[in-house]
Design a binder for this molecule. Sequence first.
Ligand code: PLP
Length: 384
Amino acid sequence: MKNNNKGENTICTHEGEVVDKQFGGSVSPIFVSTSYEYINKDISRYPRYFNTPNQEALCKKISALECSESAMIFGSGMAAISTTLLAFLSSGDHILLQKDIYGGTRNLVEAQFKRYNIDYTFTDDIDLKFFKSAIKKNTKVIYIETPSNPLLKIVDIEKIAQFAKSKNITTIIDNTFATPIIQKPILFGVDVVLHSATKYFGGHSDISAGAVAGSQAHIDKIWNLAKNLGGNLSDYSVWLLERSMKTLSIRVKAQQKNAKRLAKYLSESPFVKKVYYPGLKNHPNHNLAKKQMKGFGAMISFEFIDKIDPSLFLTSLNLIKPSMSLAGVESTMLSPAETSHYLLTEKERLSQGITNELIRFSVGIENKKDIIMDIEHAIKLSIK
Ligand code: PLP
């Protein structure tokens, strides 16, 4: 594990930067070559080998934030997730996944893994006992996501990682919702950390990227498959992602501060039936969230009372964008049933508690009063 004593804002701003020796510019230059000299060099650089100067620079920043030995950047979160899973699983293996995970990951497993003779199970719920009872002799990977998308369930990272270790099983976590600013799973014993860097890492809704962090041995294993599959990110986007990550810490902290206040506001609204936010004392895993997170993140989900039409509400918003994806500096809302989880059947969605009325709220950095005014205005227009 890498132990870097620098503060997080300093890591975000500077760690790994490519020094411009030629002109002394204060930001990393972009190296866009797809062809590098190899004679008398101890490394063969190539974008699909994930080792261009900008890729390496950004990986150092991600490693320092996740306290990992190494990291890799991909062209999307799903490229990072699919490559990582296939790197750790072979024909005849079994993977145990938490029930509540991003719909795209669930769909990858359900739609593709049978073709590779990889067996899988989704846990019945998130407590350790459900993981313990569902492992098999051939379980090679336990996969978790916390806080989960979209119901913000909190899984006990340390307990799961310890249990997996005792059984020689690799643990993989999707840390997209928390970010390393709020949660560092490697410090709880997790082996591999994944991100949709399209989300908070990018933070401005203009980059598609993925990231993975772990020990050098684990990253080498992923790299061995990644260089065959491709899935690397263009250096232009790598550079933009490095630029974006300079503000990761201050963005995420501002967003979660807003989210804490908005969760309270929503939970007190007479038009709201239920609020899912780990920062609320009535959240079933509030104490666990307090233990393993630094804050509670900037995602909230909620359901209106029957008197409000949720579709009309979404289209009546002015400031908050009803749009796909999440984690930009701008506030957005969506219906998970119509977007992130639409690839699941209605039965599967309902079994995960994802109703057609559920709204997922990605809280941005705007002023709280403006966000509230927008919500109140849209509620007025959507009373049935
Ligand atoms: N993980 C989580 C938690 C997500 O929300 C998403 C996308 O929404 C992904 C992974 C997939 O990332 P991408 O869309 O960058 O492939």
